[in-house]
Design a protein around this ligand. Structure first.
Ligand code: 5GP
Length: 196
């Protein structure tokens, strides 16, 4: 059986990274590690949180066609490596991917047969007042970055209709219960069986 590829989008502060990381820590899926040109935040590690690349390294990989998709988000480049994801899915591993709406659109449009079969997507929605409180509580970003992220969140929310599933974020545990229920249901899809 092929694994399920669950692409998860939502504004920064929606908790999507935490949901994906926790599912990975509990062995329900593998967390796809993206490449980025942004600087690491305190505590972030290369090869664990992201593959941190210089703009030149990133461009070289784009030119070599190594990305499943890539996009500019908040002024930095982000991308997902194709070979890694396909190999995991073919081994039957579920993969969770935390990427923005542009990235999800790129993967949705991908013609690779394994990606097409394995694909599903989820938008994590957070109501605006709650989102602002979370971003400020995180205390990792400057005021102007928070304002940019709130602005981007409104734009991302407008594209929620492109996703098959929506989770409105509230209580952390309840969010996680719903998230794992979705992963389980997706991995039962008939189309993941190579014999079909
Ligand atoms: P952050 O810098 O806060 O970790 O992430 C900023 C945004 O980039 C988030 O919306 C995140 O989902 C998105 N992102 C992370 N990895 C990728 C990727 O591989 N491709 C795309 N298109 N977006 C990504």
């Amino acid at each position: 059986m092929l694994g399920t590829l669950l692409v998860v989008s939502g504004p920064s502060g929606s908790g999507k990274t935490t949901l994906c990381r926790r599912a990975a820590a509990e062995g329900l899926a593998v967390y796809s590690i993206s490449c980025t040109t942004r600087a690491p935040r305190p505590g972030e590690q290369d090869g664990v949180d992201y593959h941190f690349l210089s703009p030149d390294e990133f461009s070289a990989r784009v030119a070599a066609g190594e990305f499943l998709e890539h996009a500019t988000v908040h002024g930095n480049s982000y991308g997902t490596l194709k070979a890694d994801i396909v190999a995991l899915l073919e081994r039957g591993q579920n993969v969770v991917m935390d990427i923005d709406v542009q990235g999800a659109a790129g993967i949705r449009a991908c013609t690779h047969p394994v990606i097409r079969r394995a694909y599903a997507d989820l938008f994590i929605r957070v109501l605006p007042a709650e989102l602002e409180a979370r971003l400020r509580g995180r205390q990792t970003d400057a005021e102007e970055v928070i304002r940019l992220r709130l602005h981007n969140a409104a734009q991302e929310n407008a594209r929620r209709g492109e996703y098959l599933f929506t989770l409105t974020s509230g209580d952390r545990e309840q969010d996680y219960t719903r998230f794992t229920a979705l992963l389980t249901a997706l991995s039962l899809r008939t189309g993941l069986d190579p014999a079909e």
